[in-house]
Write a protein that binds this ligand. Structure first.
Ligand code: CTP
Length: 296
């Protein structure tokens, strides 16, 4: 009994001591738990870092939209002007348009047919235009360029690829070009305010041919020599024929990508809309139509 008790005492001592196998298992478990914890911490912080980075990148992207500026007379607004505004809008995120004052047009090219407030209404109705500045100068002067850059945050000044020359023979956009802030769009062939005036003179001529000689010379002056009607004795169609080429590509460029919504109220209005003017725009705005059914 005594010997058995002694053996039990010896056994009891080895039972209480830490078994190396158990220590190994416990240590492994501890390493795994700490490892998993640290990995979790790492993944969490890197996910946060990534989302912070993309947020700040998005903020940076949203912070500075590219603002482009196009100026012009936009007298007797036609599809060539609209196509110029469409092209300008593709060169930035926001399009600001400067409508040249009546006085500036008189000083540089002769009196406009439509006064500045009507020209403003027309330009403002174009769906690609975000902001309109009234009384813009005809030429980009040093002061006005600073105003555009620092007050209106303009990145680029845009004009058609036709030369725009001041009465003294200098380029109206020379300073913008020198500053490296000038971009060009392609002028639309076959239409101009001058050509429209020529067509109007032809209409008048059909009603009164008594002063045909004077009229014919005036017409020639305005129609850039497309006056078969006069040259062939008045039998042809002459400049009254529009040179507009409504290609399917151009129609797609001018259209909106979206149709009316399911519950949209669709209003129909018809008319000749000859020489589309501020009154036509106002009548379109008289109806509560959504912005995608704009005048142009
Ligand atoms: N523009 C164009 N295509 C046209 C007519 C004008 O791209 N057929 C562009 C011009 O190059 C300019 C802008 O439209 O960038 C405004 O033109 P505007 O100052 O109104 O006058 P003009 O160039 O003299 O045009 P128009 O003779 O038709 O009055």
């Amino acid at each position: 009994m005594g010997g058995g008790g002694g053996g039990g005492g010896a056994d009891g001592g080895s039972y209480n001591a830490l078994h190396p196998e158990k220590v190994k298992i416990a240590a492994t478990c501890l390493v795994v738990v700490v490892g998993v914890y640290l990995l979790g911490l790492y993944l969490k912080s890197s996910a946060e870092w990534r989302s912070n980075l993309s947020l700040s990148l998005n903020k940076k992207k949203k912070k500075k939209p590219i603002r482009v500026y196009m100026d012009g007379c936009f007298d007797m607004m036609h599809y060539g002007h609209c196509n110029a505004l469409r092209q300008a809008s593709t060169l930035g995120d926001q399009l600001v348009v400067g409508v040249v004052s009546d006085d500036e047009i008189i000083a540089n090219k002769g009196p406009p047919v439509t006064p500045v407030h009507e020209r403003m209404i027309m330009v403002n109705a174009v769906k690609w235009v975000d902001e309109v500045i009234s009384d813009a100068p005809y030429a980009i002067t040093e002061d006005f360029m600073k105003k555009l850059f620092y007050e209106y945050n303009i990145d680029y000044i845009i004009h058609g690829d036709d030369p725009c020359v001041l009465p003294d023979g200098t380029d109206a956009y020379a300073l913008a070009k020198k500053a490296g802030r000038y971009k060009q769009i392609k002028r639309t062939e076959g239409v101009s305010s001058t050509d429209i005036v020529g067509r109007m003179l032809l209409c008048t001529r059909e009603r009164s041919i008594s002063d045909s000689h004077n009229h014919s010379s005036l017409q020639r002056q305005f129609s850039h020599g497309h006056s078969q009607k006069f040259e062939d004795g008045g039998s042809g169609s002459g400049t009254r024929v529009s040179h507009f080429l409504p290609t399917s590509r151009r129609i797609v460029q001018f259209s909106n990508d979206k149709g009316p919504g399911q519950d949209a109220r669709i209003v129909y209005i018809d008319g000749a809309f000859d020489l589309f003017h501020a009154g036509h725009v106002e009548v379109c705005y008289a109806f509560p139509v959504s912005s995608h059914v704009r005048a142009f």
